[in-house]
Write a protein that binds this ligand. Structure first.
Ligand SMILES: Cc1ncc(COP(=O)(O)O)c(C=O)c1O
Length: 389
């Protein structure tokens, strides 16, 4: 039995998405910047895709959607782009310690270029307190950047409340919605968002495509220079097939969101209560309620996350080690450490992230298999022989 429970890492392309993309990979292969028929056909498809993404975000202006090569480029474009655009007003940025590395990396690069970044802590449940955000505001703060949902724990930040702090102060609010989009309603007006990052491959679309929503009036400096594609914000020939695929995937995700969320919540809770109730030394990482319905991150005391991940892989079960290493080495999860978890005491974290293909039978199979497997890995670790299962 092969079981994939790593949907926060990536998702398979849905058949309908592949069907929608196919023509733009062969017969309709035109360059969206070409003026002839094939070019115009590609342009039309690209603009339709833009429209779909904009309306999925509740955005009135489709021009606000800028296609990128994915979430990482989107985070870099939004953060560096807005920071440089506002550099004459101030150079202070606020974010959190649990952001994705795409955001942390973009912030570190800005620090090296003379910007100042405040990395706010989270509580034991992985949540941020909007009051701390408020206290961190400075006259020279030009941007606040927070993830909507955390990729490791699924914890959902109070984005609307944080958005209100930015609004009216002339501060740009960027949200990394790579994990949230397609799983939670994301409305850029209701959330007070200026800039929002999306990625195609987390929503059953293709890899290598993403988008940044840019609110009209929010200034960003391009990070890739060249042609005038994407309203001169992001140069480079557009990946029309992937944009069409992402739009199709977004439509399906939004339509199925309410029922799929409920289905996954039931399966996730069954998995989580089964593990916490039947395996000693286990602990949930992340607030129980303020969480994506598909994600469960659990620490297993006395077990390295990567050891258990490999042991599960040998049984045909693919998960992610939230904390790559239980020895407290620099590789251990920055998210779990920020929540006060000590990998050497609490054990490594395993992220189970459920998705469209997850079934009840799979969850029951894991619940049968896991207790003896964890015992074997624990015994092996005590003897210092690593993964011998
Ligand atoms: C929260 C978050 N932001 C950004 C990214 C980067 O997206 P991409 O893989 O499309 O570059 C990811 C991917 O894991 C993510 O989970």
């Amino acid at each position: 039995m092969s079981i994939y429970l790593d949907y926060n890492a990536t998702t398979p392309v849905r058949p309908a998405v592949l069907d929608a993309m196919r023509p733009y990979l062969n017969s309709h292969f035109g360059n969206a910047s070409s003026s002839h028929s094939r070019g115009r056909e590609a342009k039309r498809a690209l603009e339709e895709a833009r429209e779909v993404i904009a309306s999925a975000l509740g955005a009135r202006e489709k021009e606000g959607v800028v296609f990128t090569s994915g979430g990482t480029e989107g985070d870099n474009l939004a953060i560096a782009g807005a920071a440089w655009a506002a550099r004459d007003r101030g150079r202070h940025i606020i974010t959190s310690v649990v952001e994705h590395r795409a955001v942390l990396g973009a912030c570190r690069a800005l620090e090296a270029q003379g910007f100042e970044v405040t990395y706010l802590p989270v509580d034991a449940g992985g949540l941020i307190d909007p009051e701390i955000v408020k206290q961190s505001l400075r006259p020279d703060t030009t941007m606040i950047s927070f993830m909507h949902a955390n990729n490791e724990t699924g914890v959902v930040f109070p984005i609307a409340e944080i958005g209100q702090l930015a609004r009216g102060r002339g501060i740009v609010f960027h949200a990394d919605a790579v994990q949230a989009f397609g799983r939670l309603p994301v409305d850029v007006d209701a959330l007070g968002i200026n800039l929002l990052t999306l990625s195609g491959h987390k929503i059953y679309g293709p890899k290598g495509i993403g988008a940044v929503y840019v609110r009209p009036g929010t200034k960003i400096v391009p990070q890739i220079h060249g042609g005038e594609q994407e309203h001169s914000v992001r140069a480079g020939t557009e990946n029309v097939a992937a944009a069409v695929g992402m739009a199709c995937a977004a439509q399906i995700a939004l339509e199925s969101m309410p029922t799929e969320n409920e289905r996954l919540r039931v399966l996730r809770d069954r998995l989580e209560t089964g593990i916490l109730g039947n395996i000693v030394g286990t602990r949930r990482n992340g607030d129980r309620d303020q969480r994506l319905s598909n994600t469960s991150n659990i620490s297993f005391q006395g077990v390295r996350g990567d050891s258990l991940m490999v042991a599960l892989d040998l049984e045909g079960i693919e998960v992610s080690a939230g904390a790559a290493c239980a020895s407290g080495s620099p590789e251990s999860s920055h998210v779990l450490r920020a929540m006060g978890r000590r990998p050497e005491i609490d054990g490594g974290g395993i992220r189970f992230s459920l998705g469209a293909g997850t079934t009840e039978a799979e969850i029951e199979h894991i619940l049968d298999l896991l207790p003896p497997l964890v015992e074997r890995v624990r015994a092996a670790e005590i003897q210092g022989i690593g993964v011998r299962v």
